[in-house]
Every structure is written in C-alpha cells, then in structure tokens.
Design a protein around this ligand. Structure first.
Ligand code: GDP
Ligand code: MG
Length: 150
C-alpha cells in the first residue's frame, strides 16, 4: 500500500468545503492515515513549495498558503498517489474536469482548494515535512476487504 500527502488549502477551509472534499476520498475507499488542522509557517511553506521558488506566482502562493488554516492529510491505498491527484483535478480551472474537486468547485489557478503529491518522491518528502512518524496511524480499516478483494 502506498501513502500520499494531500491538503485542503485555505480557500477550501474558508468556503466550508472540508466535508464535501473529504467525503469524496472516503467514499472512494481511500484510508485516512493522518490529519492535522494547522497554520502553515512561512518556513514550512517555503520548504513545501521549494520547486516553485523563482516563479512569478511564488510570493502570492506563499502568502496564500500561510494566510489561513489548512487541513494536512496522509491518505493510504493502492496507487493512491495517482488516484488522489486525479480526484483533485488539473491545476488550472479550464483544464480541471467535472467530477474532480477542482473541476467542480474552483475557478482559479491559484485558489484551487487542494494539494496532492505528484510522485512517490514528493509524497515521501511532503509527508515527512508535515507529520512526525508517530502521527501517521497504522490501523486496520474494516471496509478494506470490501474495497480490495485481495
Ligand atoms: P498542483 O501540483 O496542481 O497543485 O500545481 P503546481 O505544483 O504547478 O503549483 C502549485 C500551486 O501553485 C497550485 O496548486 C496553485 O495554487 C499555484 N499555482 C500554480 N500555477 C499558478 C499560476 O500560474 N498562477 C498562480 N497565481 N498560482 C499558480
Ligand atoms: Mg505540484
């Protein structure tokens, strides 16, 4: 089983979309392994978005992500990195398909509600930036045997 990092961004919290967004992942059968409602420090924001340093939108992005609380999460499941990314939807509003979080609820390339790790390397990096090892809960989800036949 794979783990990925995801986060409901400040716009998702402020717009009251936490339940709506989480429900999609729960209904899909994805397991929640960790969750933290928190403010992101400037230092953490810069680490998380280090790949975007120097881009024109970088300063706005750091301001946005530190402006209001976020819900940081670790999801677990088979191929969950790709799947969560797919359910989140494309970055830009015109490319994000209906049925995805961004396609259904966002109209802006920056205020796009959700983050999802884009590779195994970034998932590992982002999980360890936001969570200590003991905060990631290892438990049996009783529905798993009805989600994965073997
Ligand atoms: P993601 O992986 O789909 O979240 O997209 P990226 O890794 O390319 O960008 C990270 C985040 O920066 C996005 O989710 C947006 O919040 C923001 N962002 C990306 N591209 C742009 C842009 O062209 N303009 C602005 N203002 N923000 C952007
Ligand atoms: Mg990205």
């Amino acid at each position: 089983m794979e783990k990925t990092f995801s986060m409901i961004k400040p716009d998702g919290i402020q717009r009251g979309l936490v339940g709506e967004i989480l429900q999609r992942f729960e209904k899909k059968g994805i397991k929640i392994a960790a969750m933290k409602f928190m403010m992101i420090s400037r230092e953490l924001a810069e680490k998380h978005y280090t790949a975007h340093k120097g881009k024109v939108f970088y300063d706005d992005l750091i301001r946005f992500i530190t402006s209001s609380p976020v819900l940081a999460m670790v999801f677990e499941g088979e191929d969950v990195i790709n799947i969560v990314r797919k359910l989140a939807g494309a970055t830009s509003p015109e490319a994000a398909l209906p049925g995805t979080v961004r396609g259904d609820y966002s109209l802006d390339v920056e205020y796009n509600l959700i983050h999802a790790s884009d590779s195994k390397e970034s998932a590992e990096r982002e999980i360890s930036l936001f969570f200590r090892e003991e905060e990631i809960i290892n438990y049996e989800l009783i529905t798993a045997k009805w989600v994965y036949p073997k």
